[in-house]
Design a protein around this ligand. Structure first.
Ligand SMILES: [Zn+2]
Length: 448
């Protein structure tokens, strides 16, 4: 059995390598890597699918009733780049990494200058994901860092470069191990030269027989990029079609659970038994766009009011970097759901919406002070609140699905300090809700 699996894996590697060599530059190996993992570990794809379904199911619960809508909160992802070099060429300057962060912060906030190229039909579908990226300032030991770590790599594979299938860049003996993947987005930068792919990523995994939020491959979680596909100021871009830093935009989309918009079904429409990407507002498309910006492709008939063209502008297609400029609101809602359910610890959260006074409280209301600390918390979360008048109400700790974990009643009080024991809670995002007379304020807290 083991020999059969090894043979199958080898076949997959060879077929994929041939595909990669003949394919266009805008190519990612995420799907092939997943197929390879399934061959090694049957059930893997079902586990990825379960995570996808769970994140979709959580969308309604993370919506309006919870105050977690897109726009309420900017989610800021703590990022580390592991530059694993084998020569001077692939030891990228910090400026190139910085240019990558800039591209991500434009694309995930819809601040990219080429949003003007989004076609009129698609403008109402496009959105600001409210997601930003920053280079980590503390390493896992609490030491200061600039979020860029250089390591010399020694890939021992047959082809002399790192490869997507053995994932050897994450092997400390050949590359470098990850920082805790529940606290950082790990991005490995290395030479994937022989395979000709620009990158690959690991989507969330949730095996039914494992505890929630545990994964069989936590050390693999993250994104791998070929060094020639990183940033918008790369001195040696792999091709003009991929010099805009959008391989990272695409791969992080996978890391946050998104699929290719054509459903990876080799040209089929759903009417002919093909797969969709599971997102409602991405028009159906049969296959990847072929390294062009052909605005006239309409490979499948949509069942919506408008029979849209293929959305070649979508970051999850294979078009040239210069053609890509949008995520849809459906993709955005899904990525945010994944962040809050599967990757809550990698981000910091900044509430930006609502009528607020300088201390972040709703104006003309009776709660004058509300502080929730520490945040993130390990053992205890304290809620300190002061009211402008005597109030009755409650302070409630809830999980991400809105289920009450603990609640304390308030009765004719003007100030309260309440602590919740969170030591036994799973790592993740929770909400503290303070209700005082008719006013309700919620705060996001992270258990780490
Ligand atoms: Zn991809």
């Amino acid at each position: 059995m083991k020999k059969q699996l090894t043979l199958l894996a080898l076949c997959l590697i060879l077929v994929s390598a041939i595909n990669a060599q003949t394919a266009k530059f805008k190519n990612c190996a995420t799907v092939e890597v997943q197929q390879h993992r399934e061959a090694l570990n049957p059930g893997y794809l079902a586990a990825v699918r379960k995570a996808f379904d769970n994140a979709k199911a959580a969308i309604g619960h993370t919506g309006a009733s919870r105050g977690l809508n897109v726009g309420d909160t900017i989610i800021k992802i703590r990022t580390v780049f592991h530059v694993v070099y084998t020569s001077a060429a692939d030891s990228l300057d910090e400026d190139v990494i910085q240019s990558q962060i800039e591209v991500l912060n434009q694309d995930y906030r819809r601040k990219n200058s080429d949003t003007i190229n989004t076609r009129a039909d698609f403008v109402p579908l496009a959105g600001d994901a409210g997601i930003e990226f920053f280079l980590a300032t503390e390493d896992p030991d609490g030491n200061p860092t600039n979020g860029i770590v250089y390591s010399e790599g020694t890939p021992t594979g047959f082809f002399g470069t790192f490869d997507p299938f053995s994932d050897n860049v994450k092997d400390p003996a050949q590359g470098v191990g990850c920082w805790p993947s529940d606290k950082y987005l790990n991005i490995w930068v290395c030479d994937l030269g022989f395979f000709g792919v620009l990158g690959y990523a690991y989507p969330p995994v949730d095996l039914p027989n494992w505890p929630a939020q545990s994964t069989i491959d936590s050390f693999r979680q993250g994104v791998v990029l070929d060094y020639r596909a990183v940033g918008s100021r790369n001195p040696d871009p792999i091709a003009p079609e991929a010099d805009g830093g959008r391989s990272a935009t695409h791969e992080i989309g996978h890391y946050l659970g998104l699929r290719h918009i054509w459903g990876d079904d080799q040209g089929k429409c759903t009417a002919n038994g093909g797969e969709d990407d599971g997102i409602g507002d991405t028009p159906e498309s049969g296959d990847a766009s072929q390294q062009t910006c052909n605005l006239n492709i309409n490979s499948c008939t949509d069942t919506t009011a408008i029979d849209y063209s293929d959305m070649v502008e979508n970051f999850m297609d294979y078009s040239d970097d210069a053609c890509l400029n949008m995520f849809t609101k459906g993709q955005i809602e899904f990525m945010r759901s994944v962040l809050l359910t599967y990757r809550p610890g990698i981000a910091e959260y900044e509430i930006v919406q609502g009528p607020q006074t300088p201390n972040g409280l709703a104006a003309d209301q009776n709660i004058t002070v509300l502080s929730v600390y520490p945040n993130p918390a390990n053992d205890m979360i304290s809620v300190a609140t002061k009211f402008g008048k005597s109030v009755s109400g409650s302070v409630t700790l809830m999980d991400i699905m809105g289920k009450t974990i603990n609640s304390v009643e308030l009765s004719n009080t003007t100030a309260e300090r309440i602590s919740f024991d969170v030591s036994n809670l799973a790592v993740g995002v929770y909400t503290v809700k303070v209700k005082a007379n008719e006013q309700t304020i919620t705060r996001r807290v992270v258990k780490q």
